[in-house]
Design a binder for this molecule. Structure first.
Ligand code: 0O2
Ligand code: 0O2
Length: 204
């Protein structure tokens, strides 16, 4: 398997998508409106994880291109409302196509995981013409990201088999993250006004 050759279009897609979403953030800033995007990260799935996922999904080496998260983009937002603004912006675009949307916000996962996932088909221009790759865009609030990041690293440590007390605590933490998002939404307008005030002050 020529991994470098196989992964190159995915690397390209991740880099391009990062530039595009960071561009959206900058446009909000230039217009002086609350940026729906706080920050953007991206990664190409490590080879061992690709192999593991392919095995789990029963995909042979000739069908790795059916995995939709080899290219992954993550968009962090301050407020839950911003997530839907970003989803609308994604739906409006004509530089890629949406394949599927998964709303793990109104339907959180059993683990407590919340995020909005959009799977896209992204055209990469290669020296042999256009090649479409699948990419997964995860959109979440800072609170959702905090929870998911910690749960993910614990998952790694315990190999998915959490002791019961940790599982209970993680569920409680997920609930606390949800409450935090709710509270923040309620005082969103005030926070927005304060941020505007501080950024005008900074400019002076
Ligand atoms: P800026 O505008 O200078 O902050 P890469 O962009 O390739 O270097 P990648 O793969 O996108 O890196 O992920 P990485 O390095 O984890 O983080 C991407 C960007 O997100 C970086 O900014 C980080 O500063 C920013 N970031 C990461 N965690 C946080 C966070 O908790 N809060 C905030 N506000 N930003 C965070 P850049 O890309 O260097 O651009
Ligand atoms: P990575 O790169 O380690 O993050 P499945 O993975 O089979 O449960 P499916 O259908 O393949 O689910 O995809 P899904 O659920 O739409 O998205 C999978 C990705 O969402 C995961 O990628 C995580 O990034 C994130 N995710 C989903 N559920 C959880 C969860 O309970 N906790 C955390 N922390 N993240 C979750 P991977 O494969 O883990 O890859």
């Amino acid at each position: 398997m020529e991994w470098d050759l196989f992964l190159e279009p995915y690397r390209q897609a991740v880099e391009e998508l990062k530039v595009k979403f960071k561009g959206i953030r900058r446009q909000f800033e230039l217009e002086g409106t609350h940026p729906a995007i706080e920050f953007v990260t991206g990664r190409v799935k490590p080879i061992p994880s690709i192999l593991e996922k392919a095995e789990k999904k029963g995909l042979g080496m000739d069908r790795l291109d059916e995995l939709y998260d080899i290219a992954g983009i993550r968009i962090m937002c301050q407020f839950v409302e911003d997530i839907y603004t970003v989803v609308d912006l994604i739906r409006m675009r004509n530089d890629f196509e949406i394949v599927e949307e998964k709303d793990y916000i109104s339907h959180k996962k059993k683990s407590g995981y919340r995020s909005y996932h959009v799977i896209i088909s992204y055209p990469v221009q290669t020296i042999h013409g256009e090649k479409r790759v699948l990419a997964e865009i995860q959109i979440r609030t800072l609170a959702m990201n905090f929870w998911a990041t910690i749960e993910h690293s614990l998952n790694y440590k315990y190999n998915g088999e959490f002791p019961e007390d940790i599982q209970t605590r993680l569920k409680r933490a997920a609930e606390a993250a949800f409450q935090l998002d709710e509270e923040m939404s309620l005082i969103r307008e005030e926070i927005r006004d304060a941020q505007k005030f501080f950024s005008t002050k900074k400019e002076k």
